[in-house]
Design a protein around this ligand. Structure first.
Ligand code: PLP
Ligand code: COI
Length: 339
């Protein structure tokens, strides 16, 4: 294993030795290969650069106690990447190629998979970009599928300690737009609201639904969930949020492992009192408790600004226990990487 202060890692890029690259040309993918160069050489007319014809994924590799490595539901990332690709008229990446890229990248960079117990993981970033000579607003003639990885720690600085968020006046997506696709344009639109939130010492912003601005949709780069006193796990349902794999996993675990009532439905911003606890969930965010939410002049605290609530904690333990291989996973959730 390489010498890194694993427990001090945040969410930033560290170069790892290998990445997987495949090319689509004349209607077909090549078989892909591992390369060392982390600089892409692409045409200046590439639609990914001008018109945002690109999409990406995020998933993690987890070191188990026995030294083996787990991947959490990578098939779901493959399916979501293909839904994003379809929305932007890009070719599908066959699941076999996607999984090959992910497994080979982890294997080749095995020394960078953080040790069990450090809290850190290896974050994988699959990327699909439209490249090649172009100037008009058309789909690209060629595509690159890339998977690179970097070891990471907590995304929000608190980790499992609650942090605060502020409701944004901007929209990150439109009702029939690309909010449900994991495309770079959504994140470009979130840079200014995110920076403004951080300037005011909030971890990130909360986006309301773009149609009525009355319901919570997303928490920066993560989905929102709330817990009620009636033991319910509630998360927004909307066509403009990213369908989070972590969120769907939590819906399952809350119901089947924690015996909670689960519900995808409206989370009105005017009715935060119904939640005893709230959190953000996602691959990078894992489960990040929300201490309080600033909405206009009002600051609403959920469970506590400094302590994680008990239900959020149990959900965190169940999810991360499965990811790190300490708790039995529902069928099909874990793939093991064989070095
Ligand atoms: N919402 C947004 C905008 C995201 O970028 C992410 C991260 O992928 C999520 C939600 C969480 O999705 P997942 O749990 O699949 O990582
Ligand atoms: C993820 O959780 O994988 C994300 O994509 C969030 C962010 C780093 C963009």
């Amino acid at each position: 294993m390489v010498d890194i202060k694993w427990d001090e890692l945040g969410f930033s890029y560290i170069k790892t030795p290998y990445r997987f690259i495949a090319h689509w040309k004349n209607g077909a993918w090549d078989e892909g290969e591992l390369i060392e160069d982390n600089i892409l050489h692409i045409h200046e007319g590439s639609p990914a650069l001008h018109y945002g014809q690109q999409c990406f994924e995020g998933l993690k590799a987890y070191r188990r106690k026995d030294g083996q490595i787990n991947l959490f539901r990578p098939d779901q990332n493959s399916q979501r990447m293909n839904r994003s690709a379809r929305r932007l008229l890009m070719p599908m990446v066959p699941e076999e190629l996607f999984l090959k890229g992910v497994h080979e990248t982890v294997k080749a960079n095995e020394a960078y998979v953080p040790p069990y117990g450090s809290g850190a993981t290896l974050y994988l970033r699959p990327l699909l970009i439209g490249v090649g000579e172009n100037i008009g607003v058309h789909p690209a003639s060629e595509y690159i599928f890339l998977v690179f990885c970097t070891p990471v720690g907590a995304y929000f600085k608190g980790g499992l300690a609650p942090t605060n968020f502020i409701v944004s006046e901007y929209d990150r997506a439109a009702p029939q737009g690309t909010g449900a696709a994991k495309v770079g344009g959504n994140y470009a639109a979130s840079l200014l609201p995110g920076a403004e939130a951080q300037e005011r010492n909030f971890s990130d912003c909360i986006y309301l639904d773009p149609e009525t601005h009355t319901k919570i949709e997303e928490v920066g780069s993560a989905n929102f969930f709330g817990i009620t006193a009636a033991n319910e796990f509630i998360t927004p349902k909307s066509p403009s949020i990213l369908p989070s794999i972590t969120k769907f996993s939590l819906l399952y675990l809350a119901e089947n492992r924690l015996g909670m009532k689960v519900l995808e439905g409206d989370c009105p911003i005017a009715d935060l009192n119904r939640f005893t606890e709230a959190g953000a969930c996602g691959t990078a965010a894992v489960i990040s408790p929300i201490g309080g939410i600033q909405y206009g002049d009002t600051f609403h605290v959920f469970y506590s600004e400094t302590e994680v609530g008990p239900v959020t904690h149990r959900l965190y333990d169940e999810l991360t226990g499965i990811q790190f291989g300490d708790i039995a996973a529902p069928p099909g959730w874990i793939q093991t990487v064989t070095p």
